[in-house]
Ligand binder design. Sequence first.
Ligand SMILES: Cc1cc2nc3c(=O)[nH]c(=O)nc-3n(C[C@H](O)[C@H](O)[C@H](O)COP(=O)(O)O)c2cc1C
Length: 165
Amino acid sequence: MAPTTPSTSDFRHALGQFATGVTVVTAERAPGQVHGMTANSFTSVSLRPLLILICVAHQAQLLPLIQRQKRFGVSILREDQRALSEYFAQTVEDSQIERRLGIHYRWTETGIPLLEDALAHLACKVVSEQAAGDHTIFIGEVESLDVHEGKPLLYLCGNYRSLCS
Ligand SMILES: Cc1cc2nc3c(=O)[nH]c(=O)nc-3n(C[C@H](O)[C@H](O)[C@H](O)COP(=O)(O)O)c2cc1C
């Protein structure tokens, strides 16, 4: 008997068993202005050179920005930054909401925006881009990084978690 092809919900259920952190990927959308997108497809790729990857949906507003800028930032969220993850997982950008959520950006010397107050930051230059199904995989070489004290926000089975729950 031929094996049954897994459905997308089978796929989501299986992949949901894999716990991840939560990041916000940022790129410049206009001079001095930032677009951010919540992403948990962030993965380490190589130590020599330092490479990471992210997968960006073809319908995401972020996609053409990274393709144009060839640079992006990854901010790894803290356990108390769930509201930021929710904000950057929707498509509307609103400076009033950003002010209320206390969202501030800083910029690297090479023009990569990062979220202030995240647990860790990586500023990346795109070295490879590969369309794969309904996403594009970007491999980024890490130009700079920093890490701070604290605990990460986690994502498992479609829900936010922290190390204590
Ligand atoms: C926890 C979490 C992780 C996500 N990871 C990704 C991801 O890795 N890649 C992606 O394209 N969208 C991901 N999304 C969905 C995007 O954040 C969402 O579709 C967003 O609105 C797209 O951003 P845009 O404003 O650039 O269109 C994730 C959403 C959540 C809540």
